[in-house]
Design a protein around this ligand. Sequence first.
Ligand code: FAD
Length: 307
Amino acid sequence: MRITEIFEQQQRTFSFEFFPPKDYQTAIKFGINAGQLMKLSPSFVSVTYGAGGCTQNNTFDIVNLFHNDLGFTCMAHYTCVNATWEKIAYDMRTLQDMGIENVMLLRGDKPKGEKLKDPNPDGFNYGSDLISFVKDQYDFCVGAGAYPEKHQEAGSLDQDIENLKKKVDAGTDFLITQMFFDNRYYYDFLNKVEQNGIKCRIIPGIIPITNYKQIEKFSEMSGARIPDKLKQRMEPLKDKPSEIHKIGLELAVEQVGELLENDAPGVHFYTLNKCTAAIELYESLSQDFKDVKMLYEQSLSPHIATP
Ligand code: FAD
């Protein structure tokens, strides 16, 4: 199913992002964790492509598994950094032949150890170039990335939003945000986006903090700022994983609850291929926010395929 069709049925979506496992060991853990998360019947799932510069090939295998073996609506992430149009065309045909209807199209970051062809000889320099090409040639429902605290390379948020408009004008059907830890960034971003005449569903991307050191690393990589109040609370406990998990979860429940109360069109969870935090978060929301629970129940549909 196209994700835009799900939007027509579900006022709010509840989705999970996975990354493809690298080897046998991680594949086993992936299977167990993903299996637990699928019991929550997410609106859709997505699988990253070469994030961190590896496992690009495994993306299509996992997407195939979710879509064809398990019956979930699945979105394949895809990046154009260093790609030729022949490769992109080949990969899009492969996804199409698998029956995949949803792709998340991004420029991507330079893979580790590879030299960046800058500018790309085939003209794929930005997410918008890839989106235009794919929308022109294929019939995919297309998601793209949005950056409430601006993309790290952008001179300003205003400039970044001007560039975001190019992606939306190129045919993006919906946007998912980079992680953020302070909802004010998301609300301010939505206002600016609206002022710029961009009309597109913008789903907040959320990551529960269950490992402070790891989140510090992500924050540095993505430019998502950790608010001082949160830092002061978490830093003294960073070597106490169970304390961090407990506080991280409390904060995530607070963050997601507030987003939903303020009419966010759902939540996209960066699961990091782990299930505990996402399950606990879902369960806590169900108890603490009865209306949210009701909305979730209305929005969750039974996607699990019979084996
Ligand atoms: P772009 O829209 O290409 O923008 C990148 C920069 O260029 C911005 O600073 C923008 O302002 C600027 N820009 C855009 N268009 C123009 C223009 N026409 N002229 C001048 N400047 C311009 N990475 C992966 O490798 N794999 C993944 O699976 C993956 N999944 C992601 C999922 C989400 C929800 C998000 C938010 C990000 C994801 N990323 C992933 C990271 C993403 O690839 C990087 O952030 C990348 O640097 C930007 O890609 P983009 O297409 O979003 O940005």
